[in-house]
Ligand binder design. Structure first.
Ligand code: UDP
Length: 429
């Protein structure tokens, strides 16, 4: 991205700035020219969005991590809404990768292992650690180890405003931010709909965005002042909303899909998780000839495996897709892990869903929300998932009903709402 030290944004001068200078790899990355668009990645995980400096122009810093695909998707959604506003540029930084602190630097790769299998160990850890006192103890223990790295990150990315889209680092981030001589507004954006974690809500941030009223009440219970918490839905990229809402035939044509067939879309989040091959095998046995799109995300091994399977299905296999809105739009039934962003997006597309997996703890509440809202069926075994898919494919009225229920849960304005609030925050300073 462009050299921030020569323009725009606050400049932070700590007594020990030189001692905290950015490590070589990070500095080298920053010498790259600005990247255009939301989908381009740099080695350190940072993405710079278009700049158009001028009077009143602002610079925002967004922290996320590629632990799954949701934190990035949410950060990019708000970044895109900010870019549409046109008076700020945004730098996205993968806070773990850029931390220079092992094992945090490896979190994105470790995440599928940490939450893998049935995820029971992770679910237990999530529930047991979900209290502000435990969050504080963990951060107190790690603070001597991460302090310098976090300060370095803040100093090397001076900004008019900072947003965290990940809960785990929030308390340490807050402590590092307090050490800055000029503190820009600090904001937290939470993705999970119901089963939110206390780590997202250390008191001291200027604003906290959460997807639902339930999440808001939990944050209030953990001591956050009600006026600082906004329940606005889960931010989705404005371009995804447009893709998801164009006529279905148009989306299918663009993707080269049979326009007359009934399509099932299967996706397991950014990491392509959760026994997708077994669901396909079962579906092939029960209903040969079904048209299925599988999006394997970053799971290359799954993609190769599916290509090798010779199943009697009309299969379209995709790796990581940039325009998820088009794929959701093209589908008649969506089969997905209960990730909060996947749900927010399929609500916008207004498609009925079969949920086949939820990461225990954090995603459990997402299932309840979608099923009670009438938009989804919970089918956690390959057999149940295959039967639920067939039922939906063969019952037009049920598909329509669930699709309408999904649309009622949609919050397509969430990204714009956050972006507007961010501008208001910096203008109020
Ligand atoms: N995603 C994408 N392309 C892919 C697979 C996934 O853009 O090929 C996006 C998807 O649209 C969603 C996010 O990755 O926004 C997945 O987030 P979610 O919270 O559903 O699950 P996670 O991957 O974080 O577990």
């Amino acid at each position: 991205m462009a050299d921030r030290s020569s323009g725009g944004g606050h400049r932070h001068h700590l007594p020990d700035v030189r001692a905290l200078r950015a490590p070589a790899a990070q500095s080298a990355g920053e010498a790259n020219p600005p990247l255009r668009g939301t989908g381009q990645r740099r080695a350190d995980g940072a993405v710079a969005l278009p700049e158009s400096a001028g009077a009143g122009h602002r610079h925002f810093l967004f922290f996320f991590s590629d632990t799954g695909g949701g934190h990035r998707a949410c950060a990019e959604a708000v970044a895109e809404a900010v870019a549409e506003h046109g008076r700020a540029d945004v730098t996205l930084v993968d806070i773990f990768r850029a931390s220079q602190r092992f094992p945090f630097t490896r979190f994105p790769e470790l995440w599928p292992v940490i939450s893998g299998g049935r995820g029971r160990a992770w679910g237990l850890f999530y529930r047991l650690s979900n209290h502000p006192l435990l969050v504080r103890s963990a951060h107190t223990a790690f603070w001597p180890y991460v302090r310098r790295a976090l300060l370095t990150m803040l100093i090397t990315h001076p900004a008019d405003l900072i947003v965290s889209f990940h809960g785990i680092p929030n308390l340490s981030l807050l402590w590092a931010w307090r050490a800055l001589p000029h503190q820009p507004p600090l904001v937290s954006v939470t993705q999970d709909l119901i089963s939110v974690h206390a780590a997202f809500f250390p008191p001291g941030f200027d604003l906290y965005f959460v997807p639902t009223e339930t999440a808001r009440r939990k944050a209030i219970g953990w001591g956050i002042a009600p006026e600082r918490i906004r329940a606005i839905g889960n931010p989705v990229r404005p371009s995804l909303v447009r893709d998801a809402r164009q006529p279905q035939q148009q989306a299918r044509r663009r993707l080269g899909l049979d326009e007359q067939a009934r399509w099932v879309l299967i996706t397991g989040g950014g990491d392509g998780r959760g026994g997708i091959a077994r669901i396909l095998s079962k579906l092939a046995r029960l209903r040969a000839g079904t048209h299925v799109i599988v999006i394997t995300g970053r799971n290359e091994a799954l993609r190769r495996r599916l290509h090798a399977l010779q199943l009697p299905l009309h299969l379209r296999i995709e790796g990581f897709v940039e325009r998820m809105g088009l794929w959701l739009n093209a589908a008649d039934v969506v089969v997905t892990k209960a990730g909060p962003n996947a749900l927010a997006e399929l609500f916008i597309a207004g498609r009925p869903a079969v949920l086949f997996r939820a990461i225990p703890g954090q995603e459990t509440g997402n299932v309840t929300y979608a099923v009670e809202g009438g938009a989804a069926r919970w089918a956690p075994t390959p057999d149940a998932a295959a039967h639920a898919i067939i039922r939906l494919l063969e019952d037009d009225a049920l598909r329509r009903r669930m699709g309408s229920a999904a649309r009622r849960l949609a919050r397509p304005q969430a990204a714009a709402t956050v972006a507007e609030a961010l501008f208001r925050l910096v203008e109020a300073r």
